[in-house]
Every structure is written in C-alpha cells, then in structure tokens.
Design a protein around this ligand. Structure first.
Ligand code: BEZ
Ligand code: FE
Length: 283
C-alpha cells in the first residue's frame, strides 16, 4: 500500500481508492478491481450521477439480490439483458471459422437428465408441431465424432420450460441426452420451439419496461455438445424467420446458429431441422 494520496478529491478519486490496494494482493485481483474502479468512477463523472439516482441504483441492486434463490438468478438475468453474459462468452470462446459458435446457457438447463436412444421423442405433453432434429457431430476436418454427448432442452408449445411449470408439465419434458455412434449422427424428436419472454416479474423485467425493450427470446432449441478432446459447445439453434431474431432480449442470436425448420411431406404440423456441430480441439 502506498500513502501518496491521503484524502479523497473528485479529480483524484481513482488514485485515492486504488492506492489502498495492498502490495501482496493477488495481481489479477488488483488488475481487475483497479480497472473496475477506474471505469466506474469515469461513468459516474460522465453522467454526473445524482444522489437520488445513486439511491435508486442501490434499491435496484438490493431488489435484484432479494429476487435470487435456488431457482431464480436475477443477477445473471441482469447480466444477460445488459449483453454482459454474451460478451464474457465471446471473449472466452473464440473459435476458428467454421467451428460451431457458443451462445448463452440460460437458467433452464438441468443436470442428470436421462440418456435416450437416438430417435426418442422428448416431448411428453403431446405438443402438436412435432419436429425431427438431426445432424452430425464432426471435427474441423469433417471427421465424424463417436461418443459425442448431446444434451438438449426446449420450451413447450406454450413457451414454458418444464422447470417453470412443475406439476403442470411432465418431469423432464422436452429435454434429454443423446450419444453419437461411430457415424457421429444424431436424431431425436421434439417440438418446433416457440418464442417466449424471459422471466420479467422482477427488477430486470421492470428495467426492460423502463427502457422500452420487450422481454422476448426468439424460438430456439438448446444444445450442449461435448466430446473427449474437444471444447464443449453451449449453444442453440434458432428458428429461421422468427420475429425476434434481431431483437433477442439477451443478445444470444448469431447468424451461424439460425437453422431452417422445414415442413415434411407428412403434414403441416410436422417439421424437421438439420444442424451439424463442428467441434474445436481442446487447447
Ligand atoms: C434461455 O434461453 O433459456 C434463457 C436465456 C437467458 C435468460 C433467460 C432464458
Ligand atoms: Fe431458452
């Protein structure tokens, strides 16, 4: 700790705070915290934050914390709608051209879901717009990957995940795990997902409203694809043509993740969507 700045002044506010960091502090912690203080003070000076605005911010963050429990993470939702989740994901998952891109995980993934035979129908509540999901998991050179684990989940036709409606939807509705054979192929039945609002009954929903933003996500199927020796891909396939593709509440859409969902000759409520996963080697 240095003692060159003894007293706090508006012009030397950053130095007054950062000078207090102890010399034995972990270097990464001091780098991150000093940058945080620098940007935070610059922001407050830039907007000349009023006392009332500061109090409102404290109240907002307090309510955000109070909304969190084992099932609801309002702080992650806040990070999502501010584009922070997608930015952290982008920085930490830079991949070569052609490799499948990541997107936001979201709060509705469940661990320990059953592994099913290829072709199983994961829609247990009789969704009408059925969809065959299929494709291949390969490395960057197009070689099929055996033993790739594909963990999938989607909303039902009313726009809710099973975990949002316990006792209403069947347990593990629209979710399952599939493992590829030597040909790297996957296929399973589900429903064509529908767009839905992110949970908006808390402070984050209020914030979106105050900003004139809607809470909707474009329709998507979630995937976590993992294979030994390869980076795990956490992603979605988005339904081409969805109204909200260009205004996703959490900024999760990437052009390469938009998938065609086509009607099969079997009837107008029967769909199929083909999407291949191209995996990057672990570094
Ligand atoms: C989701 O896609 O399930 C999701 C992602 C971010 C926030 C809320 C929901
Ligand atoms: Fe989702």
């Amino acid at each position: 700790m240095t003692d060159t700045i003894a007293y706090f002044t508006e012009s030397e506010s950053v130095d007054a705070v950062t000078a207090r960091v102890g010399e034995r502090t972990d270097p990464r912690i001091s780098l991150v915290m000093n940058a945080l203080v620098t940007h935070l003070h610059a922001f407050i000076k830039d907007v000349e934050l009023t006392q009332a605005e500061w109090a409102l911010a404290v109240e907002f963050l307090t309510k955000t914390g109070q909304m969190c429990d084992g099932n609801r993470q309002e702080f992650i939702l806040l990070s999502d709608v501010l584009g922070v989740s997608m930015l952290v994901d982008a920085i930490n998952n830079r991949r070569p051209a052609g490799a499948t891109e990541n997107t936001v995980l979201g709060p509705f993934h469940v661990d320990g879901v059953p592994e099913y035979e290829m072709g199983t129908n994961i829609s247990k509540d009789g969704g009408k717009e059925t969809c065959l999901f299929q494709g291949i998991v390969t490395d960057l050179g197009g070689k099929p990957l055996e033993g790739a684990r594909i963990d999938v989940w989607s909303d039902n036709e009313d726009g809710f995940y099973d975990v949002q409606q316990p006792g209403i939807q069947p347990h593990n509705n629209n979710r399952g795990v599939f493992v590829t054979g030597p040909d790297g192929l996957y296929w399973f039945e589900g429903i064509k997902p529908v767009s839905y609002p992110i949970p908006n009954d808390g402070p984050v929903g209020q914030l979106l409203g105050n900003l004139g933003r809607h809470p909707y996500r474009p329709a998507h199927m979630h995937f976590i694809v993992s294979a030994p020796g390869f980076e795990t891909v956490i992603t979605h396939t988005f339904v081409a043509g969805d109204t909200y593709l260009k205004s996703d509440a959490v900024f999760g859409v990437k052009k390469t993740l938009i998938a065609e969902y086509t009607q099969t000759p079997d009837g107008d409520t029967r769909w199929q969507s083909t999407f291949d996963f191209i995996m990057t080697p672990d570094t």
